[in-house]
Write a protein that binds this ligand. Sequence first.
Ligand code: MN
Ligand code: MN
Length: 315
Amino acid sequence: MSHDFKPVSGREMPRFAGIKTFFRLPQVDHLGDYDVGLIGVPFDGGASYRPGQRFGPTRVREVSSLGRVYNWGRMQDFTERVRVADVGDVPVVPIDLAQTYQRIEKHFGDALQLGRRLIAVGGDHSITLPILRAHRKKWGAPLRLIHFDAHLDTYPAAWGCEYHHGSFARHAIEEGLVDAKHSVQIGIRGPLTGAQDLDFVKRHGLRVCTMDEIRSQSLAQFVASLPDFGSAPTYISYDVDCLDPAFAPGTGTPVPGGLTTFETQTILRGLKVGNLVGGDVVEVSPAYDVAEITQLAAMDAMFELIGLMPATRKA
Ligand code: MN
Ligand code: MN
């Protein structure tokens, strides 16, 4: 193939035209030759409130036609650092969470075993658990997790079902997929069912950065307070509801009082992560979106995650 992992130029083919792939990049099979794959996981069978996250990947592909390759904040062109491709969607089973989990874990596992790194677009937040299972298997040790969210996602079973979009972080810690003591949650806020909702994170020593904590200091001070993740295998899960509903109305369970898009850009650019092994952007529900605000925010978060991936190409 001669594409060299460059996007279709907007000066030759207008950005509103052509077949949509993430960032107008070439489409490659998930088991093909690339460094970082952008992959859709169009599943919303774990959503407890607003559904529709199954349409996230397609709609984020559409708006990512507006994406560019040069990150001004980093002074870097991602195509010069890594070979990024759109590797399609995971073939989920829309009416069966258990079968979908098996398919996600296998699909990711097969690519990870070949040395690929993946950035997923959901999908509701329940998809992150099988993705973490595949990463834990690949890396052979618990991962460090950086989790952007309004919610703790350590909640108990709902309607008798253990697996839903509000329980992925609890299962990930209980299953030993994630090293809680070296992980962090960012953007947490909102009413809880009760004080007992905090028992789990306290027991496991998970650092919870609430909106109150973030806004009680300058953004630079907050970023500086985050740990250096060094070369430890690290995974970033970005639930768009970490953003205030003013910046991300199109999501499953919006919570007022959140981060701005600029704040999450700044935090993502400031993270000291030397070995980002994977990431996801979840909970985009396009039917509730307004003027594509949320889809654009999701595309931008993917862009920042690409910028955090370790370089494989020689400078
Ligand atoms: Mn979440
Ligand atoms: Mn959330």
